[in-house]
Design a protein around this ligand. Sequence first.
Ligand SMILES: [Zn+2]
Length: 138
Amino acid sequence: MKTMKITKREAEYLLILFRENAYSNKYISSIVMAKKLNIAPSTVVEKFQRLAEKGYVNYVKRKGVKLTDKGLKFAKKLIRKHRILEVLVVQISGVDANTACNMVKGLEIELNDDLTELLCKSLGRPRRCPHGYEIPEV
Ligand SMILES: [Zn+2]
């Protein structure tokens, strides 16, 4: 059986799709995604297909992808982790929001749920990230 575990790179895609509101009726094309990531559209198509196989996105040829319910839930979780980590970094170091954002990029997928909740609690259950965006409850 093929592993359904998600890779760091795939998680990055899900985060972008979430930030672009690519769910319900909005699709993101491979061209747009390729521009965002500064890579070839063919590479993006491969990744879209992998994510579709794993059930995280709906992929429609020539239209692109949007998050499935499973993908949306997972992306929200990643966003929650990303924003909680940003709050942590800003609180302990005083760096600005963008610096914190870059520092925590890629860590979302590594952070388990228990540690996330522990951090959230010890940070006083922040509602917003340092950019002012809402931290979603999952
Ligand atoms: Zn950020």
